[in-house]
Design a protein around this ligand. Structure first.
Ligand code: UAG
Ligand code: ATP
Ligand code: API
Ligand code: MG
Length: 487
């Protein structure tokens, strides 16, 4: 049990009805989870409004209600607290409840359209190899040093974040790397966290269903930098046209990385092969197993962060060359017959273009590129024709298929993708709704030396249709198909 007034410290109170000198059990923002003596925080959501469930929370035993507008009917014995913003209040309360755990470790946030999982996961790997206790909050999983937890969001809600940060405190974790999504910032899931630094990767088309305009999407990402404390570092990719925008109003120490422009951390690709690339950062050269220009950017961001967090340079360089790619990020399998299958999480136009460019640059002869790709349902539909265009333009053969259809019709999503295909590329595309069949078709078409790219789902081990998830693993399926076909 915790004292309500302690949990409410800094939560932006505008009015109080009842005593805050009471003990409460847990914080809840979903009325369906409320139990005896909990405090319920009402949040205005995208589908419904938590204020509609205040009475339900009281009926289930909530002792206190935190809301933006007091209900007309106040129940005797219940404390009602009015706050200016429910999401902010929830985040601040969550941090207070768990003892403000972000203050007891060095927390680094990674934001941008692409590269967040790669950078945060590799920083986790790097600092583990360097002998530290480390935490990670990523799209793939949450790590409390060596302990693994599953996750449902790239940036989970404030209660989940702070609960795991507190576990990290208990485990003696010194550094934690976390992905900060634009949804997370917009819904204030990270409000109240004390960051040691933040990294900006890049900005391109995504989530325009949620943010409506690109400017709003950009400005949401920028908030992470605007709110950094003075002693933190703000590290930005200055080659990206929005890289300098992120640094415009921050109080933090500004640092930049780039391959093309002048920057504090300046990189160069000296040599690129299928097995890795030789990079130069400032005056140091090192080999990385990760390929593609975009990974050169990721490596730069990682090197700079290690440097800013005080890791010794030569040790960092040695450890960087040992790092293995993250699951589902350019994960490849070469069959007996020398067909290369690549599974990649590219689910945005920019990521898809980057992966296909990387593959193009590694081609040595007449090998064909066969791309299997789909787009998620109930997510930004405006990226579908763009991804359809990129896949058909940059491959010899594109097979459009389902990603996670969610509540949408798989066929309708594919039609949206087809709408982006230019007339000259129409003969290069084929649409097969069933993702396993689509992968199978790609394997049947491929000859020795050809490259199959399976994009969009990366590490995901499920496919979601109408609220149901079935087991599905791109990498397992393509490997199985190639082996079964004796290719
Ligand atoms: C669009 C979006 O981001 N939605 C998130 C949001 O839910 P919502 O706004 O739809 O909530 P709502 O259903 O309208 O409900 C409003 C409030 O009423 C409450 N409620 C509702 C019903 C009830 O009976 N009782 C009750 O109290 C709800 O608990 C909630 O507090 O708040 C929820 C709690 O934090 C999130 O789980 C939910 O994420 C949904 C599931 C989601 O899919 N989000 C994705 C898009 C997302 O956040 N993705 C980013 C990654 C993006 C990237 O690639 O960069 C991420 O960080 O994962
Ligand atoms: N720095 C980068 N720039 C552009 N594309 C990248 C970069 N890093 C990775 N990618 C591409 O984007 C895909 C997704 O990478 P990653 O999972 O690291 O991004 P993310 O930002 O975590 O995505 P999400 O928004 O889903 O959390 C990769 O599979 C790769 O194709
Ligand atoms: N973080 C991304 C994941 C998309 C992955 C793709 N496989 C899909 O399901 O749309 C999002 O929330 O938009
Ligand atoms: Mg991610």
């Amino acid at each position: 049990m915790k004292l309500l007034k302690d949990i409410l410290y800094g939560a932006g109170l505008t009015a109080v009805n009842g005593s805050t000198d009471i003990l409460v059990n847990e914080i809840q923002f979903d009325s369906r989870k409320v139990a005896m003596d909990d405090v319920f925080v009402a949040i205005k959501g995208t589908i419904t409004d938590g204020h509609l469930y205040v009475q339900k929370a009281v009926d289930l035993g909530a002792k206190a209600i935190v809301c933006e507008k007091l209900p007309e009917l106040l129940v005797n014995g219940i404390t009602y607290v009015e706050v200016s913003d429910g999401n902010t209040a929830l985040a601040v309360m969550a941090s207070n409840f768990y003892g403000n755990p972000s203050k007891n470790l060095k927390l680094v946030g990674v934001t941008g359209t692409n590269g967040k999982t790669t950078i945060s996961s590799l920083l986790y790997q790097l600092f583990k190899k360097a002998g530290y206790k480390v935490g990670l909050l990523s799209t793939i999983k949450i790590m409390v040093d060596d302990e693994v937890f599953s996750t449902t969001h790239t940036t989970p809600d404030a209660l989940v974040i702070n609960k795991h940060l507190a576990m990290m405190n208990d485990a003696g974790v010194e550094f934690c790397f976390m992905e900060v999504s634009s949804h997370g910032i917009h819904q204030k899931r990270t409000k109240g966290l004390v960051f040691e630094g933040a990294i900006f990767t890049n900005l391109s088309h995504d989530h325009l269903d949620y943010h409506k305009t690109f400017a709003e999407y950009r400005d949401t990402k920028k908030i992470l930098f605007d709110e950094l404390p003075k002693k933190a570092f703000a590290l930005s990719n200055i080659d990206d046209k929005n890289g300098s925008v992120m640094l415009q109003n921050t109080k933090a120490r500004k640092l930049t990385y780039a391959l093309k422009s002048f920057a504090d951390y300046r990189g160069q690709v000296l040599e690129a092969q299928f097995t890795g690339q030789l990079l130069k950062i400032n005056e140091y050269e090192f080999w990385t197993k990760l390929i593609g220009h975009f990974n050169a950017y990721n490596m730069l961001a990682i090197y700079a962060t290690a440097d800013l967090l005080g890791l010794e340079t030569l040790e960092t360089l040695r450890l960087l060359s040992e790092l293995n790619n993250v699951d589902g990020r350019f994960q490849y399998y070469i069959s007996a017959n020398k067909i290369t299958a690549i599974v990649d999480y590219a689910h945005t136009p920019d990521a898809l273009k980057n992966v296909l460019e990387t593959i193009g640059a590694l081609r040595t002869g007449n090998e064909r590129v066969i791309t299997v790709v789909g787009c998620g349902g109930d997510r930004d539909s405006s990226k579908r024709p763009v991804m359809g265009h990129i896949a058909s333009e940059m491959s010899n053969q594109a097979i459009f298929t389902s990603d996670n259809p969610r509540s949408e019709s798989p066929g309708a999503i594919i039609r949206d993708m087809e709408a982006g295909v230019e007339p000259q590329n129409v003969k290069k595309i084929l649409s097969i709704e069933n993702r396993e069949q689509a992968i199978k078709a790609a394997c049947q078409m491929a000859d020795s030396e050809d490259i199959i790219l399976i994009a969009g789902k990366g590490h995901e081990t499920y496919q979601e249709t109408n609220g149901k998830r079935i087991d599905f693993d791109d990498f397992k399926i393509v490997k199985q198909q190639l082996d079964n076909l004796n290719k």
